[in-house]
Design a binder for this molecule. Structure first.
Ligand code: IMP
Ligand code: MG
Length: 426
């Protein structure tokens, strides 16, 4: 069985897209299993830059099958736009190359209105969501009032569910959130058109994956967001509304819990976060600015500047445990060139206690003061390095220390955005 899951170990934006693109080379099928178009993966192939939100990052490898699993929430307009743009550039020419789960839930316009209105009302306490309606769509799924792709394809069922939902949501939007209501007919017509466009791709993806795994096909599961944004294990409530850990693959793609062989964590050589919530190693001064500018740390989805800080080994160790990581791919090591010393957080102190794990309380985590270990930096650019020996001694030393603290073998190191700017470790 050749099944690999790729997950982010920090707060997302670790550079998963680049590694999914590389690993997809050796896969037959690439699958999204959670999240929605809150994700944004930037891929650089040759001189072409592609940003994907819903379609798996494996799509730029010809001949791969891309699957959007049942655990994903789908905004059909976004999906169609992405599909159209990719097809214009020659990708996904064959309809059989994209499969969308009939059990995936839809993001509807009221989900976006609710998401945005709630954030406005939260004021300073806002979560800093991407405003794409992700949370409200998952709420409806759990509340059993969601509308699935299979419902969208059934004119009668769709009309009935949409009518009922719009009535309820309009009450909520007007009376509680003080927002205008939405028009049924406009949404209905738009979504009927979406249904016709998506129909050729919709299938029972769990059954499809079961058969393909059984037949020995190599499947790559592409996580979105990151472990610290997981709704159970992240810095709640400053999280996304789905499970982002590797275990979510079983539920979000409909495969057996024992079907996963490898779990690769993607981990940045420093830490970033977009949106609000605790971030113990955040650097507010020059170092933060330097990391943001050198690392081009701006959100692929919203364009927001990312908060930046030092490597947090407490968090990475926790992610290694929660995901059962079998390997780590370290990204953006090149961004650290010129910084000296380099700091690594090995524990936190808060309320007179020492923590070697991430405490559940946001209040405690907000008060956490990192314990740092300092290592000497290097001044050489790294993007030409293709083997470990090509790295300056201090960079090798930094990587070795991160590996030790992460309790996980490092398998790859990225030293630039391009596919080839990668060191594969033996
Ligand atoms: P939501 O997923 O739009 O509800 O946003 C909830 C939180 O997750 C916010 O802090 C977002 O910035 C963050 N978030 C959601 N998706 C991503 C992602 O793909 N990368 C990084 N942060 C994300
Ligand atoms: Mg991203």
């Amino acid at each position: 069985m050749s099944t690999t899951v790729v997950v982010g170990v920090q707060w997302g934006d670790e550079g998963k897209g680049k590694f999914v693109d590389i690993l997809a080379h050796d896969a037959d099928i690439v699958v999204r299993f959670q999240g929605g178009n809150n994700a944004g993966h930037t891929l650089v192939v040759g001189d072409e830059r592609t940003v994907l939100h819903l379609i798996p990052s494996g799509v730029l490898n010809p001949g791969k099958i891309c699957v959007i699993g049942n655990g994903v929430v789908v905004d059909p307009a976004v999906l169609i736009e992405e599909l159209t743009a990719l097809r214009k550039r020659g990708y996904l020419a064959d309809d059989a190359c994209l499969k969308i789960s009939d059990e995936a839930h839809l993001i509807l316009p009221y989900h976006k209105s609710i998401d945005l209105a709630r954030e406005r009302l939260r004021g300073k306490g806002e979560i800093g969501t991407t405003g794409r309606g992700i949370g409200p769509a998952y709420e409806d799924k759990i509340a059993r009032t969601g509308i699935r792709i299979v419902d969208l394809l059934d004119e009668v069922v769709f009309k009935e569910k949409l009518e009922r939902n719009i009535e309820e949501k309009n009450h909520y939007l007007k009376a509680i959130l003080r927002e205008p209501g939405l028009d049924f007919a406009t949404i209905y017509d738009a979504f009927r058109a979406h249904a016709d466009r998506l129909r050729p791709y919709v299938t029972d993806t769990a059954l499809y994956l079961h058969r393909e795994i059984k037949a020995g096909r190599r499947v790559l599961f592409e996580g979105a967001q990151g472990t610290m944004l997981d709704v159970d294990h992240g810095t709640y409530p400053y999280v996304t509304s789905s499970n982002c850990v590797a275990g979510a693959v079983a539920a979000g793609a409909g495969i057996g819990a024992g079907a996963v062989r490898q779990v690769v964590g993607i981990c940045k050589a420093y830490t970033t976060r977009v949106g609000n919530g605790p971030f113990p190693t955040e650097e507010h001064g020059d170092i933060g600015v330097r990391l943001r500018e050198t690392g081009d740390e701006f959100g692929a989805t919203t364009g927001r500047p990312r908060r930046c800080g030092w490597f947090d080994a407490v968090l990475v160790r926790q992610a290694a445990r929660l995901n059962g990581l079998t390997g780590i791919a370290l990204t953006k090591l090149d961004v650290l060139t010129g910084l000296d010393p380099l700091r690594i957080c090995t524990a936190y102190r808060a309320d007179g206690e020492r923590y070697e794990h991430v405490p559940a309380s946001v209040r405690v985590l907000d008060a956490a003061v990192p314990e740092y270990e300092d290592l000497p930096g290097w001044t050489e650019p790294l993007s030409h390095a293709r083997k470990l020996e090509d790295l300056p001694a201090n960079a090798r030393r930094y990587v070795a220390r991160l590996e030790e603290l992460s309790d996980t073998p490092f398998t790859m190191i990225s030293v630039g955005a391009r596919r080839e700017e990668t060191i594969v470790l033996p």
